[in-house]
Write a protein that binds this ligand. Structure first.
Ligand code: GLN
Length: 192
């Protein structure tokens, strides 16, 4: 049984936890640096990236997690979690930091504000159509050719990746934990 952490400082922790349990993971709520021990994978949930970044610093998790990522820990960042992994944050707060490990730039609220939240079908490579729930979602604006694009969406301005993978790191603009469909989580857990 793979041991998968969910960063449990802020955001939709409960929804990811139940999805991961459904696909057969042993789930750990990660709140302190020692919770990173023995993880096979980690989910950074959706929520508010500035708040999560602040709590990563105050909890002391930031350096330990940066080291684990560097050592090859599999991490799946969804929505705010994607922002935390991005190389560059556009429209971020001036002091906003990220782990800078996914080779892409992401625009906070790039699909619009809360009122512009939307749902659409997204075709995921190797999975098929899933329902994509976009809530103040980050938009991937630029990306490296090395990035594996598992799904894209055209919101009227051409295709932008919405589910990506680079080595052990995964990122998603939408919220796969907010539907009843566990196939995106299964994809991540099966790759551990
Ligand atoms: N816009 C949020 C942020 O900047 C992310 C939204 C989400 O995770 N649903 O953190």
């Amino acid at each position: 049984m793979p041991r998968v952490g969910v960063l449990a400082l802020q955001g939709d922790v409960r929804e990811h936890t139940s999805m991961l349990e459904r696909v057969g993971a042993d789930v750990v709520a990660v709140r302190t640096p020692d919770h990173l021990d023995d993880l096979d994978g980690l989910v950074l949930p959706g929520g508010e990236s500035t708040t999560m970044a602040y709590l990563l610093t105050t909890s002391g998790l930031r350096p330990g997690l940066a080291k684990r990522i560097d050592d090859g820990l599999s991490v799946f960042g969804t929505c705010a979690g994607l922002i935390l992994l991005a190389h560059e944050i556009l429209d971020g707060r001036s002091d906003q930091w990220s782990f800078d490990v996914l080779p892409l730039s992401v625009r906070r609220n790039g699909y619009g504000r809360q009122i512009s939240s939307f749902e659409t079908n997204v075709d995921v490579k190797g999975v098929g159509e899933v329902r994509g729930v976009f809530i103040r979602a980050p938009k991937i604006e630029t990306w490296s050719e090395e990035l594996e694009i598992l799904a894209s969406h055209d919101h009227g301005d051409g295709d932008h990746p919405v589910l990506v993978r680079h080595e052990t790191l995964w990122g998603c603009s939408f919220h796969p934990e907010l539907t009843n469909d566990d196939r995106v989580h299964r994809l991540f857990v099966d790759a551990l």
